[in-house]
Design a protein around this ligand. Structure first.
Ligand SMILES: NC(=O)c1ccc[n+]([C@@H]2O[C@H](COP(=O)([O-])OP(=O)(O)OC[C@H]3O[C@@H](n4cnc5c(N)ncnc54)[C@H](O)[C@@H]3O)[C@@H](O)[C@H]2O)c1
Length: 368
């Protein structure tokens, strides 16, 4: 039977979620809620469900299986805590937009409380719910990557000084770390998805002169050096439209192992596998085995939303062990711990920082 879903926050991203739920047979969109009631009314008219202006009223009146929180707020995550905690307190499964919060203490509390209530807390870390990421994971499972060696990731909005506009709206203005808190959840989630837990972080950050002159406080470029628990090393570059990236464009991910390397370009679009040379290969200097390219033909990043939401609905429908939930609240907390470690490193002039430990994973009985 379809899960009864209620969405909180119905602006840009909430509407995207409403469309995805309304088109997914695993979901029945029964309620939509926004403090600006007209937004809830508009979504109800377009995608179905009853419109509410108050999350408390929605939770009181509706028998929901899933509450999908798409609020924004300061640093694009400042208004997640209240509705998420209210939904968890009501015993509901929750999917929350990234970042899980802009406040690390709130994020830890949400993950702790979801475990106490024994419900599914997921986060919309949508960048690896794609065909290239699925095939890359298969390469790892098939032993075609081998022992992880390195990870190189670049992700950021295209831009440059000619299209720069001062002021990013109330969620960003005056918050130097807003870009990092709102955005790094995505690249860190990718790095951890393929490379596992990160144990060491060192970061440099800045903002180019065009921002300085405009009085814009945003730390918009970040260069983050990491070490993974498995011994591999990694690097992340992220930017918020200060420069247009060349090789790989706005989104490129490279993961190298002792047996082979894979690269994903444009998130949803292209996977390339570079096998390591075999002993029988006769290669000159500068030559390497022929890479294998898979082009999905998909270019639209929007495809990640229905794919990620479907994965959450599947996991809840199938009642998978909580520890097996894909892109869980705990996974999202990991990305925020890394972000806070990067900020701490920057504030200490590039010091090496060990991210705060994650809560221990509890095994469900059915996990045995
Ligand atoms: N996953 C992605 O690829 C992706 C992309 C962009 C944004 N996001 C995230 O999606 C979230 C939403 O982004 P947005 O741009 O749609 O935000 P927004 O601020 O434009 O809209 C949020 C809506 O939530 C409503 N709201 C806020 N608090 C509420 C509450 N307590 N109860 C009911 N309604 C409430 C607001 O009135 C508003 O209509 C953010 O966390 C953002 O970081 C994710």
């Amino acid at each position: 039977m379809a899960l009864k879903v209620g969405i909180i926050g119905l602006r840009g991203i909430g509407e995207t979620h409403a469309r995805a739920h309304s088109q997914n047979p695993l979901a029945k969109l029964v309620a939509v809620c926004d403090v600006v009631k007209e937004r809830a009314d508009k979504a109800a008219a377009q995608y179905g469900g009853k419109a509410y202006a108050s999350p408390a009223e929605m939770l009181r009146n509706e028998d929901l299986d899933v509450v999908d929180v798409c609020t924004g707020g300061y640093e694009n995550g400042g208004w997640h805590f209240e509705p998420v905690m209210a939904a968890l307190a009501a015993g509901k499964n929750v999917l929350v937009e990234k970042p899980i919060s802009n406040d690390i203490h709130e994020a830890r509390e949400m993950v702790r409380f979801a475990a106490e209530k024994d419900v599914y807390l997921g986060c919309n870390l949508n960048h690896y719910f794609t065909e290239p990421a699925r095939q890359a994971r298969q390469l790892m499972t098939d032993g075609k990557i081998g022992e992880p060696v390195y990870c190189l990731h670049r992700m950021g909005f295209i831009g440059g000084e000619d299209i720069y506009k001062p002021g990013g709206g109330p969620n960003f203005d005056g918050f130097p770390y807003a870009h990092l808190k709102a955005f790094l959840a995505h690249p860190f989630s990718l790095m951890r998805h393929f490379g596992g837990d990160i144990t060491h972080v060192q970061a440099f950050m800045d903002r180019p002169s065009v921002r300085r002159h405009a009085g814009d406080l945003m730390m918009s470029i970040a260069s983050v050096h990491v070490k993974f628990h498995n011994g591999a090393i990694g690097y992340l570059f992220s930017s918020r439209g200060d420069a247009t990236m060349g090789l790989g464009g706005w989104w490129s991910f490279e993961f190298g192992g002792s047996k082979g390397t894979f690269c994903i370009e444009n998130c949803v679009e292209k996977l390339t596998y570079y096998p390591a040379p075999a002993p029988t290969d006769k290669l000159g200097l500068g030559e390497q085995p022929t890479p294998v390219v898979t082009n999905t033909g998909v270019k639209d990043f929007g495809a990640t939303f229905p794919a990620r939401i479907n994965a959450y609905l599947e996991d809840v429908t199938n009642q998978v062990p909580k520890s097996k939930l894909r892109a869980s609240g705990r996974d999202a907390l990991a990305t925020l711990e890394y972000t806070f470690a990067a900020i701490e490193s920057y504030e200490q002039g590039g010091a090496l920082v060990r991210p705060h430990a994650l809560p221990t994973l509890k095994r469900d009985l059915k996990d045995q």
